[in-house]
Design a binder for this molecule. Structure first.
Ligand code: ZN
Length: 390
């Protein structure tokens, strides 16, 4: 059983649903891909074959979890930045699904480089059965060390050819796609973009109910451009998460608290789409909600660096460092029903990131600074920057 010891961790952050515990001068022992010993004194190898890494006083946090990405879009959309700057509204370009596996592998590798060891990937750029299935399959089968959780988002936009027969497309989703995807285990979640100009509250409810009936867990894109009541509706159906939440009201927060729905906030999208305000994270935290953060990586928000998201959370939403850390780890894991992720506990999978800072707060304070030095996934060192040691 491969053994890895990391000694001399200046501060080891152990986020849990309640508090974040911090171990000083900590060490971890990893065996068989899980943490087997977490200590506040140096550990000695149990076997000759053990690898020992000196963290040089760096900070360690759990592997970051990104619970909301649209990482399967096709192609590079750099040109769209120019279009946005010229004042054009974002054009949804339907993808062909071609070459997606290669693109996806590169993108997941880039996430890993930023310390993201588990991520959610949504379909939703196909809009026909074969392309949607191809996207989900690519996300499930991609050769990567990361853990990938898939979400069926056939209800991303209304395909233009269905604009005057919407109910036909909704029936196609509820009667054909959802059973197909659920039966084949292609997705854990079903999701709907319920907002002005996309899916109505009634359509969204129909789609989520169909997903639930077929054993999928539920997610919703809600309260981004208008509050249609989608957060409350989804929470009452038992949704695992509700995402965006710029315009959520008191009753939405209450419904989430009552039904255990995790609020997932995506400040990167607010930033890139010039929206007027950020979600009210403080109010959600005061209501006792386990706020999670995500990149929303998509052509409109080409963001894969979770520290940029974290800095928006601090500077635009006034989140405290401890809440930000939980939002990137334990709460994000909860948002994708991966309760073993986002924590550093004996017996749990050993995903860990070493940061070259003296505290997690310093990583939030230093704007644009890249603190990542070592990424451990399932007990293996998968990224290491040689100059990183202090
Ligand atoms: Zn999204």
């Amino acid at each position: 059983m491969a053994e890895l010891i990391i000694n001399n961790i200046g501060k080891l952050y152990r986020p849990r649903e309640g508090e974040v515990e911090v171990f000083e001068n900590a060490s971890v022992r990893i065996e068989g891909g899980v943490f087997s010993d977490i200590s506040e004194r140096p550990l000695t190898p149990a076997t000759d074959a053990a690898k020992v890494l000196d963290a040089g006083g760096m900070v360690a946090i759990p592997g970051i979890v990104d619970p909301h990405t649209h990482a399967v879009f096709a192609g590079d959309r750099t040109d769209e930045l120019l279009m946005k700057l010229k004042g054009l509204s974002y054009l949804e370009i339907l993808s062909s699904g071609g070459g997606i596996a290669k693109l996806l592998r590169e993108r997941i590798g880039e996430f890993m480089r930023w310390g993201v060891t588990t991520l959610e990937v949504k379909s939703g750029y196909g809009m026909d059965r074969d392309t949607e299935v191809k996207q989900l399959q690519a996300a499930l089968e991609v050769e990567t060390l990361s853990d990938v959780v898939t979400t069926f988002l056939g209800a991303h936009i209304i395909p233009p050819e269905y604009s005057d027969k919407r109910e036909e497309y909704v029936s196609f989703l509820t009667d054909v796609m959802i059973p197909y995807v659920a039966e084949r285990g292609l997705a854990r979640f079903v999701d709907v973009f319920c907002d002005r100009g996309v899916y109505t509250l009634e359509e969204a409810e129909e789609i989520l109910r169909a997903g639930k009936k077929h054993g999928l867990l539920l997610k919703i894109h809600s309260d981004e451009l208008e509050n249609l009541g989608a957060t409350r509706m989804a929470a009452e159906l038992g949704a695992t998460s509700a995402d965006h939440l710029l315009l959520s009201e008191e009753e939405d927060l209450q419904a989430m608290a009552e039904h255990g729905t995790v609020p997932v906030l995506l400040p990167g999208t607010v930033f890139t789409t010039f929206l007027p305000h950020y979600p009210d994270a403080r109010r959600m935290l005061d209501a006792g909600l386990p706020v999670a953060l995500a990149t929303d990586f998509n052509p409109n928000c080409p963001l894969q660096n979770p520290f940029f998201v974290a800095q928006l959370a601090v500077f635009k939403m006034r989140m405290m460092p401890e809440d930000v850390l939980k939002a990137l780890t334990v709460n994000a894991a909860k948002a994708i029903a991966e309760p073993q992720r986002g924590m550093v506990e004996e017996g749990l999978p050993a995903d860990l990131v070493l940061l070259e800072v003296k505290s997690f707060t310093e990583a939030l304070y230093r704007l644009g600074y890249d603190p990542i030095r070592v990424v451990v996934k399932g007990g293996k060192v998968v990224r290491r920057w040689v100059n990183g040691a202090r």
